[in-house]
Design a protein around this ligand. Structure first.
Ligand SMILES: [Mn+2]
Length: 407
């Protein structure tokens, strides 16, 4: 753990205690990215500054600790007295912790935003659930993976990587986070029972969808998509599904369960027999799955075809219609760009083919939900989690961000 010289151990303890109290008061986690020094310092400060009045009241004493801590972060030339609580948030966002790690913020649109959760970190920031259009739902379930386990840490490391993203997207020339993003508390799992995991994810997603939010689920293993799509279907009825994946995931059951991650698309296909389903990047499936895909009318775009035929994106999109759900198993990508996944298969999608597919899907269809799954953190490399974070931000850009009309 990195411990900046300006910050003593007593302060760190105060930070951790405060973060715990805040998490309890706000019913949401604040400890994502503990392993990242960039997160360690500013972690708790904005929670005091940006917290609702009743929370600030309850935390009066730790708030004092925090104002002292803010002063400690400042380089001496910039040290100022924070006059009151409401100034403190802007004060925080516009300087000290950001200055320490990445230089001052220069965009006035960013300077007055609060940090309310882990997404994008201190630079851009989330909104309250009430104002959010997109609700990120971490689903750290890893109960049925068979080869390499560890996908339960996927949401945590993905969100920890998001502060390293540039908030400004060069391609769209805008700030995708401005659609209004919030991160929901992670779904809690008490055991490896996949049926119970589906129920819990469905309940959490259902609550958000009922509140008018678009849910963006983060796995966890691929089985998380079952609960997410079931919640969506109960509100929106039928929708098309675009699957990006190395595996067909069309087994009717695996190891005794239809909710195993090897069965996710079979279960989704059976949940709504009329839904159009397109599977992209498939490089591994058994004969039974191929036969089922033909019988059910699932359009598979296999890895070897994608490598040779430039027309596959248009054909894949022509099989879909609005509204659309996108489920992105990261092993659909080539392992050379994303090795940190439980069951990697060579010959996957390239980064720019992936972006073209998602961009064209977003401009053509109403995307009503999505998930990214099967990120299995690897201590040796960290580029996979950064790619996954970038993918999440690109999805927001392509699916939900639209240029604002001039006033
Ligand atoms: Mn999969």
């Amino acid at each position: 753990m990195h411990c900046p010289s300006a910050l003593g151990c007593a302060d760190l303890v105060a930070h951790f205690r405060l973060a715990g109290k805040l998490a309890k008061a706000l019913h949401r986690p604040v400890c994502y990215g503990f392993a990242s020094p960039r997160w360690l310092l500013p972690m708790a400060t904005p929670w005091v500054c940006g917290a609702a009045p009743h929370v600030r009241e309850a935390l009066q004493q730790p708030g004092q600790v925090h104002r002292q801590a803010i002063a400690r972060y400042d380089v001496p030339a910039q040290r100022q007295t924070i006059k009151n609580e409401s100034d403190a948030s802007a004060e925080y966002c516009s300087r000290s912790p950001c200055d320490d790690f990445g230089g001052p913020l220069t965009d006035p649109r960013l300077a007055r935003r609060f940090v309310k959760g882990p997404f994008l970190g201190e630079e851009c920031c989330e909104v309250d659930l009430a104002q959010a259009r997109i609700a990120i739902l971490p689903c750290p379930f890893d109960g049925t993976t068979t080869y390499k386990k560890g996908a339960d840490r996927g949401p945590e490391v993905l969100l920890s990587a998001t502060p390293q993203l540039e908030p400004f997207d060069l391609e769209i020339e805008g700030y995708p986070f401005e659609v209004g993003v919030t991160t929901l508390p992670a779904v809690k799992f008490e055991n490896d029972d996949p049926a119970e995991a589906v129920r819990r994810i469905q309940a959490a997603a259902d609550h958000a969808v009922q509140g008018g939010k678009i849910v963006l689920g983060l796995g966890g293993e691929h089985s998380i998509s079952i609960g997410l799509t079931r919640a969506l279907r109960s509100h929106r009825g039928s929708f098309s599904v675009l699957q990006i994946d190395a595996h067909a995931d069309l087994r009717d059951q695996y190891e005794g369960s239809p909710f195993n991650h090897a069965c996710v698309m079979h279960t989704i296909a059976e949940d709504d027999r009329d839904a159009a389903i397109v599977s992209v990047g498939i490089r591994a499936c058994c004969e039974q799955e191929v036969l089922y895909a033909r019988e059910r009318g699932i359009h598979q775009f296999l890895g070897h075809r994608i490598a040779r035929d430039r027309g596959w994106i248009e054909e894949a999109l022509s099989r879909l219609k609005s509204p659309l759900y996108v489920t992105f198993d990261l092993d659909g990508l080539d392992p050379s760009i994303l090795p940190s996944t439980g069951t990697p298969v060579p010959g996957g999608l390239s980064w720019f083919d992936t972006l073209e597919l998602l961009q064209r899907a977003g401009s053509r269809f109403e995307v009503i939900g999505a998930d990214i799954n099967e990120l299995k953190p690897d201590p040796v490399n960290h580029h996979s989690e950064f790619l996954a974070a970038q993918l999440l931000y690109k999805m927001i850009a392509y699916f939900w961000w639209r240029p604002q009309r001039p006033q």
